[in-house]
Design a protein around this ligand. Sequence first.
Ligand code: ADP
Ligand code: ASP
Ligand code: MG
Length: 466
Amino acid sequence: MATITMKFGGTSVGSVEAITNVVAITKREVAAGHHVALVVSAMSRVTDGLLNVIKMAESGDKWGYQSEIQKMRERHEETLNALVAPGKTRDSVALALNKLLDEVVEICHAVNILSEASPRIRDAIVSYGERLSARLVAAALVENGIHSKALDATQYVITDDKFGSAAPMWAETERRIRDGLLPQMQAGLAPVLTGFIGATKDGATTTLGRGGSDFSGAIFAAYTRSDELVIWTDVDGVMTTDPRIDRRAKVLDHVSYTEVGELAYYGAKVLHPKTVQPVLDLEVPIRVRNTFNYDHPGTLITAQSEAASTVIKAVTAVRGVSLLTVSGRGMIGVPGVAGRVFTAAARAKANVLMFSQSSSEQAMCLVVPDDMAVAAKDAIEEDLQQEIDRRNVEGVTIQSQVGIVTVVGSGMRGTPGVSGRVFSATGSKGINVLMIAQGSSECSISFLVEDADLKDTVYTLHELAL
Ligand code: ADP
Ligand code: ASP
Ligand code: MG
């Protein structure tokens, strides 16, 4: 008898049809005698809706947030009514959903009065999306004879207090899942857990970052000692590129943790970049599958990597980044400049996605998210003020409207000529490459192009993966 953790994304719980498929998938696993845990995202667009509600409450648009919440109420209620026959269960779940949404209204009134939502309040509000969907899905399972109930992850996933992108405290989380959740599953319960959210030790609700339900799924898979983590989503698996960018994208049968880690970090939305973290050491296999095409085997993700005949397996892109260049002839031989630049960027809380230094040490290039660029530039200039005054450093320039393109494939290690193929392909299309870096795992090459060239670059390089 196996234990399986199944995470269902926003689209996979976003409609009556989707939840009907979730029920069918769960039934199949239960019938096969497996213990299952479900981890769910909010219904599609609900998290964005809640963020929008916060904005309206902050700006005093009382009518705006009330009507948005009313729409959520109707959507959840209509979905419930289509999935669960009239009766006691339906009434009590409807009551629970309405009570949750009443709480959202209450918190929004407070935000409205204060004209401000702290990170803590923001997390409290966005967490309701998952609380609602978990109740809805559990009700649908119960209606179909599956022993289930909704459980808030706040009692299991204990995190630090970095609201908006909280990090789990592993030992405590493990203990709570092992002692609190696992026995219930062993007694035959198929719990529906809220993805995306956790709580601090004192009980304040936190969130793990946008798209974080995949990470939640992996946390539960690891500590329920699951034999498999299945990420149920709206595409057939991990693909050679985002099918929204290039319709020729194909499903990959198998990728390694390292490969998928690079893909996710550099923009493949199909998995949150932290998903592999909890399951890596335990080597829990991950499968990415399609809720709307559930007989397709999907993509298997394990520790093993195998080279593809094309060497390059997949291509991804990240938009919305800026290139910072620190330059100056006097940087040659100034000790510790690189360290100071990174420390200053870190002080500005800028996440450096990619960097390079030219060998003459006359320039350092850093790529950071757009919204961090000015803060990072200011922090670096402040730190290097003396060198700037002495004209050893010219200063920091920002080039925005650039994007990172990454090609991934474990076969790159030890296959000569891969970068040659990549850059002759971009060269033949006249695409200007602004900066290049090879991933430390040696299974990826990332480079920077102008936003205007991004789509074309992905399209061109994707051909090398097909
Ligand atoms: P969920 O709500 O199930 O978490 P997401 O929207 O977060 O789903 O992620 C799935 C989406 O990721 C797909 O619909 C697809 O457009 C996008 N995507 C981006 N890159 C890839 C890729 N390499 N393989 C598959 N899907 C990708
Ligand atoms: N609902 C959250 C989001 O939209 C988490 C997730 O879907 O993974 O970011
Ligand atoms: Mg997602």
